[in-house]
Structures are given as structure tokens and as C-alpha cells.
Design a protein around this ligand. Structure first.
Ligand code: HEC
Length: 124
């Protein structure tokens, strides 16, 4: 009999704990995501400037070229950075870009959106 009470106690406690996490987890992630600009993400945490310069091809295509093609084809940079869309700028070099998805997949939707807006701002 004692064992059953103990079991009930554990189950009740465990389900309360889960509810608490559900309630408090959600808004927190949204709040932390807003503060950083696309430009800061691009040159900072994203390390994108290592391969992408504004007007000149280095290892990757220039930001202006990416912006031009994404605007023309109405593509989603957010989807590309989540590895949910095919490359449309330079598929032959896709393997090099792919190594960065480890970083971009850690980013929130708000951060990816900020990166997308920053890139698209280069299209003339
Ligand atoms: C190690 C070098 C390297 C880094 C770092 C890098 N890229 Fe790239 N990127 C490339 C190469 C090479 C391509 C061309 C291949 C391609 O088009 O997928 C590319 C292509 C792209 C494209 C065009 C994709 C398409 O549709 O073809 C986007 C958008 C992009 N990069 C964004 C970023 C962002 C944002 C970051 C930082 C989070 C980043 N890149 C970091 C090398 C890099």
C-alpha cells in the first residue's frame, strides 16, 4: 500500500513539473531573440563575413549577388539557412556553404529573418 502512495506522489509531482516548464519556457525564447541586428549576426556570431563580402566574390558569392538572385527568384533565405530549400545562387559550391548550417540551425527564426533582411538590403 505504501508503495502505491509513493508512486502516485511521484506521478503527480512529475506532471506538475512538466506543466510548469510548458508555461515558462515559451516567452523566454522569444524575448532573447530580438536584440541583435542582421549585420551583427552576419559579421559576428554567424561568421558569414569569412566567405561573403558586400560587392566582391571571395570564397562565397558577394552579398549583393545573393540579394539580387533571391529577389529575382523570390527565394527564402530563411528556409535555405535551415537547410529546407535548395541552393539557387551557386549550387556547384553548395558543400562549402553547408558547413555553416551547424551555426544557422542554432539560430532563432527572428535571427534568421534579421540575416535575410540584412542580405536583401544589398540588392539595388
Ligand atoms: C566557409 C565559407 C562560407 C561561410 C562562412 C558562409 N558561407 Fe554562405 N556560401 C558559401 C559558398 C561557397 C556559397 C555558394 C554555394 C551556394 O550557393 O550554396 C554560399 C552561398 C550562400 C547563400 C546563397 C545560397 C543559395 O541559394 O545558393 C546564402 C544565402 C548564404 N551563403 C548565406 C550565408 C550566411 C547567412 C552565412 C553566415 C551564417 C554564410 N553564408 C557563411 C560559403 C560560405
Amino acid at each position: 500500500m505504501k508503495k502505491i502512495f509513493l508512486l502516485l506522489f511521484v506521478i503527480t509531482f512529475a506532471s506538475c513539473k512538466k506543466e510548469a516548464e510548458d508555461n515558462f519556457g515559451q516567452p523566454k525564447t522569444d524575448e532573447t531573440a530580438v536584440a541583435v541586428s542582421g549585420e551583427e549576426l552576419f559579421s559576428g556570431k554567424g561568421t558569414c563575413t569569412a566567405c561573403h563580402l558586400p560587392d566582391q566574390k571571395v570564397i562565397g558569392p558577394s552579398i549583393a549577388e545573393i540579394a539580387k538572385i533571391y529577389k529575382e527568384k523570390n527565394g527564402s533565405i530563411v528556409a535555405f539557412l535551415k537547410e529546407e530549400a535548395e541552393p539557387i545562387v551557386d549550387p556547384s559550391q553548395y558543400e562549402t556553404m553547408k558547413t555553416n548550417f551547424a551555426i544557422t540551425k542554432q539560430m532563432s527564426d527572428a535571427e534568421l529573418k534579421a540575416l535575410e533582411e540584412y542580405i536583401l538590403s544589398f540588392s539595388k
